[in-house]
Write a protein of this length. Structure first.
Length: 681
C-alpha cells in the first residue's frame, strides 16, 4: 500500500544529481532516495501503481489507494461571498509549498449541469478548462494559485449528480431498488469525489497527496444538505487522520458598539456540528485582525483550539492570504490533523512574499479601458483582470482598470443618458490602452465598434478577445471596406454582408456545451508578426476557446487585401484565430481566451512580451504618448518603433530570473528589488 510518492521528471543533464526528493513509503517501511547521481537521460520511474490517465470514466483507483487520500474540506457560514474560494486556494498553496501534491474540487449545489448557461450578472465569469469544461470561477482561482490543470469533473454540481443517478436508474443498475437521496445520491457524491481526487492534475503520474474540497453556499442551505451528508459519511469512511475540516465564517463589527461579534460564527458552527461535521480549524473573516479575547471566546464556544482559529482579515491584495495562513501556522494544524507532519517540509513561499510586497510598493500605473457588456459585476471578467495584474506586476506597473459600459459609448446614450455618455468617452480617450473582452448578444455592440474604431484611428494599443476580435473585423469591414451593413449573424441575421457567421458544427437548439470549447492549437502563418514574437517565436500556441461564431472565411481575402492580416489559424487553415493590423503599433484580436492560462509567475504572452538583450527587457503594450521608447528586438540588429513603454531592468535596481516555455509564457520569475532604488520609466 503506497502512502506517498513525490515524482521527479526525466533527467537530461549529464550525471546531474536528482534535484527533487523521491520518497516511497509503505505502512511499515520508509525508503528514501536522495542526492544520488544518474546517467544522462535517465527516467525516474513512478513508484505508484496508478495508471496515468485523464479519463474519469476509465480511471478507478483501488480501495486501498482511495483510503490513503487526504481531504481538506472548506465550508462557509453566516453569509456567502466570504472568500471560501480564495481560502481554499491559499490552503492549496501552503500545502504545495510544504512539498505535497495538491488537487482541488469545487462543489456547487445548484441544479445546473455546469456554469455554461448561467448569467454573468448572477454567477460571474464562466471559467473554461483545457478539456472544454465550463465551470465555476473558483476553479480559475485554484488553477492560478496552485498552478494545476483541472478537468470538468473537478467541478461537481447537483445537476451532474442527479443526472448520473437517473442514468443508472434507467439502465437498471439499482436492480429495482427505490432510488433515494440516501444512499444513492450520497453514494454518487462520495464515489465522484474519490474518483476525481485520484486523477493527477499537476502533470505528474499518480494521484495527489491532498484534495482540497470547497463546498459552495453556506451551512444550512437546503441545496447543500445531500452534500453535507455525503461529506459526513466520507469523513467517517476515510478515517479521522485523512480528513480535515476548515470552516470559514464572518466576525462582524457593529458600528454602534465597535465590538467583534462571535455569535454568528457560534451559531454557524453549532448548525454544522448538528449535521455531523465538526470543524478542526476556523478561518475567521474580518475587517481588522482578531483580538485575543475574541479568539478565546470562539475557542470556548466552538470547541476549536485557539491555535486553530485563523484570522483572514482584509489585506491589500489576495497574494497576502497564503502568507497570512503560513504566519498563523495553519499548515502545521492541517498537517497534524492529516498525520503528514513527518513527510512535509517547511512552507517555501518566497515567490508569494515577493509578489505581495512588489504589488504593495508599486507607484507607476497604467490606465486600461475595459469596454464590456457586464461591467456591473467585475467578476464577469475575473480572469482578464487577473491576467492584466500578472502582466503588470511583472512590469512593475500597477493596473488601473477603467470600466466602461459599451452601451454608454453609443450615440443613443447621448440623448438618453448624456452624462454617462460623456463620462464614458472621456474615460476612453484618457486610457493608455483599450481591451474588449468576450461576451454574447447584441447589447452594447455598437459601442464596442466605436471603441475599436477609436483605437485603430488613433494608434492606441488594442486587444480584442473572442467577441473583441469579431468586433475588430466588423469595424474594419464597415470603415475600411465601406460595407456599412457588415455585421455578425449573431446580431443581425439578415445582414447582406455577414463577416462573422455561425459555426456549422454548432447547435441552434441546445445552448449547453455546444460551443467550440477547450484548448485548441493555433498555427502561426508567418513568424514576422507581433503575436508570434510575443509567444517566443514558436510555430503554434495552444489556448482555450469558448465561442460559437467565427470570421467568415469568404471575406478573408478582401479583408487582407485592405491590410487586416490573419496571422493565426486553426489546424485546418479555415478558421481565423489571430488578427493583426501591421500599420498599427499594437492592434491584435484573438478568437481564444489567453486569460484562462495566465499564472502569477507565468503571465500570458499577449499581456506581457519579453525579450533578451544583455539583460531582460519587459514590454507591456500600452500607449505612452511623448514617452514612447524604442524597443530593440534581440533577434535582429535593427530597432523597431512602437508606441510601447519599455521597462529596462537595470542590474543595480531590478532583476528578473526567467525562462521561456514553448508557448512563450514565463516558467518562473523572481523579483529582486533594491528598496532604496526606484526603477525609472
Amino acid at each position: 500500500m503506497y502512502k506517498y510518492a513525490l515524482l521527479s521528471k526525466s533527467l537530461s543533464a549529464v550525471r546531474s544529481p536528482l534535484a527533487g526528493l523521491l520518497r516511497f513509503e509503505s505502512i511499515s517501511t520508509k525508503i528514501k532516495l536522495r542526492n544520488r547521481s544518474f546517467p544522462a537521460r535517465t527516467s525516474i520511474q513512478t513508484l505508484c501503481l496508478h495508471t496515468n490517465t485523464q479519463n474519469l470514466s476509465s480511471y478507478h483507483p483501488t480501495q486501498s489507494q482511495q483510503r490513503e487520500m487526504k481531504y481538506v474540506l472548506v465550508t462557509g457560514g453566516v453569509v456567502s461571498g466570504l472568500g471560501k474560494g480564495v481560502t481554499a486556494s491559499s490552503i492549496g498553496v501552503v500545502l504545495k509549498a510544504c512539498g505535497l501534491r495538491v488537487t482541488s474540487i469545487k462543489i456547487d449545489p445548484y441544479l445546473n449541469t455546469d456554469a455554461g448557461t448561467m448569467s454573468p450578472f448572477e454567477h460571474g465569469e464562466v471559467f473554461v478548462l483545457d478539456d472544454g469544461g465550463e465551470v465555476d470561477l473558483d476553479l480559475g482561482n485554484y488553477e492560478r494559485f496552485v498552478d494545476v490543470t483541472l478537468t470538468k469533473d473537478n467541478n461537481i454540481t447537483t445537476g451532474k449528480i442527479f443526472q448520473s443517478v437517473i442514468e443508472k436508474e434507467r439502465r437498471g443498475d439499482y436492480l429495482g431498488k427505490t432510488v433515494q437521496v440516501v444512499p444513492h445520491i450520497t453514494d454518487a457524491i462520495k464515489d465522484w469525489i474519490e474518483s476525481v481526487s485520484a486523477i493527477p492534475v499537476d502533470g505528474k503520474d499518480g494521484p495527489a497527496d491532498v484534495c482540497v474540497i470547497e463546498l459552495g453556499g453556506t451551512v444550512g442551505d437546503i441545496e447543500s444538505m445531500p452534500f453535507i451528508e455525503a461529506l459526513r459519511q466520507l469523513s467517517f469512511s476515510v478515517g479521522q487522520d485523512n480528513f480535515c475540516l476548515v470552516h470559514v465564517s464572518l466576525i462582524p463589527v457593529l458600528g454602534v458598539v465597535g465590538e467583534q461579534k462571535t455569535k454568528p460564527t457560534q451559531h454557524s458552527v453549532r448548525e454544522l456540528r448538528a449535521l455531523g461535521l465538526t470543524p478542526h480549524l476556523l478561518a475567521c473573516r474580518s475587517a481588522q485582525p482578531l483580538l485575543e479575547n475574541t479568539k478565546e471566546k470562539l475557542s470556548q464556544f466552538c470547541h476549536v483550539p485557539a491555535a486553530n482559529i485563523l484570522n483572514i482579515h482584509d489585506v491589500p491584495n489576495i497574494w497576502h492570504v497564503p502568507l497570512l495562513l503560513r504566519n498563523q501556522n495553519a499548515h502545521d494544524a492541517i498537517l497534524k490533523q492529516l498525520n503528514l507532519l513527518s513527510i512535509a517540509m517547511p512552507p517555501a513561499l518566497q515567490d508569494w512574499t515577493m509578489m505581495a510586497e512588489t504589488y504593495d510598493n508599486l507607484t507607476n500605473s497604467v490606465r486600461i479601458a475595459m469596454v464590456g457588456k457586464y461591467v456591473g459585476l467585475t467578476d464577469s471578467y475575473l480572469s482578464v483582470v487577473k491576467a492584466l495584474l500578472h502582466a503588470c506586476i511583472a512590469c512593475s506597473l500597477k493596473p488601473s482598470i477603467d470600466w466602461i459600459a459599451a452601451s454608454d459609448l453609443e450615440e443613443d446614450s447621448a440623448k438618453s443618458t448624456p452624462e454617462a455618455h460623456a463620462a464614458a468617452w472621456e474615460t476612453l480617450k484618457n486610457a493608455s490602452c483599450i481591451l474588449i473582452p468576450g461576451g454574447f448578444g447584441d447589447r452594447g455592440v455598437r459601442g464596442m465598434i466605436l471603441a475599436a474604431k477609436y483605437a485603430r484611428e488613433n494608434n492606441i494599443p488594442y486587444l480584442g478577445i473572442c467577441l473583441g476580435m469579431q468586433i475588430a473585423v466588423i469595424e474594419f469591414a464597415r470603415s475600411v471596406l465601406g460595407l456599412e451593413r457588415a455585421d455578425s449573424n449573431e446580431f443581425d441575421t439578415n445582414t447582406p454582408d455577414p463577416v462573422v457567421i455561425f459555426m456549422p458544427e454548432g447547435s441552434r437548439t441546445h445552448m449547453g456545451s455546444t460551443m467550440r470549447l477547450g484548448s485548441r492549437r493555433t498555427l502561426f502563418q508567418t513568424p514576422d508578426c507581433i503575436t508570434a514574437k510575443l509567444y517566443g517565436n514558436t510555430q503554434y500556441v495552444e489556448e482555450r476557446h469558448r465561442h460559437r461564431y467565427e470570421v467568415n472565411p469568404e471575406v478573408i481575402e478582401v479583408l487582407e487585401g485592405k491590410g487586416l492580416k490573419f496571422v493565426g489559424k486553426d489546424e485546418t487553415g479555415k478558421r481565423m484565430e489571430i488578427l493583426e493590423l501591421p500599420t498599427h503599433p499594437f492592434y491584435v484580436g484573438v478568437q481564444f481566451h489567453p486569460e484562462f492560462k495566465s499564472r502569477p509567475r507565468r503571465p500570458s504572452a499577449l499581456f506581457l512580451a519579453s525579450r533578451r538583450k544583455g539583460y531582460p527587457y519587459l514590454v507591456y503594450a500600452y500607449r505612452t504618448g511623448d514617452l514612447a521608447n524604442r524597443y530593440e528586438d534581440a533577434s535582429s540588429s535593427h530597432s523597431t518603433s512602437f508606441s510601447f513603454c519599455c521597462l529596462k531592468a537595470k542590474a543595480n535596481s531590478f532583476s528578473l530570473v526567467w525562462d521561456l516555455i514553448e508557448d512563450g509564457r514565463l516558467v518562473q520569475f523572481q523579483f529582486i528589488l533594491n528598496k532604496k532604488a526606484v526603477v525609472g520609466m
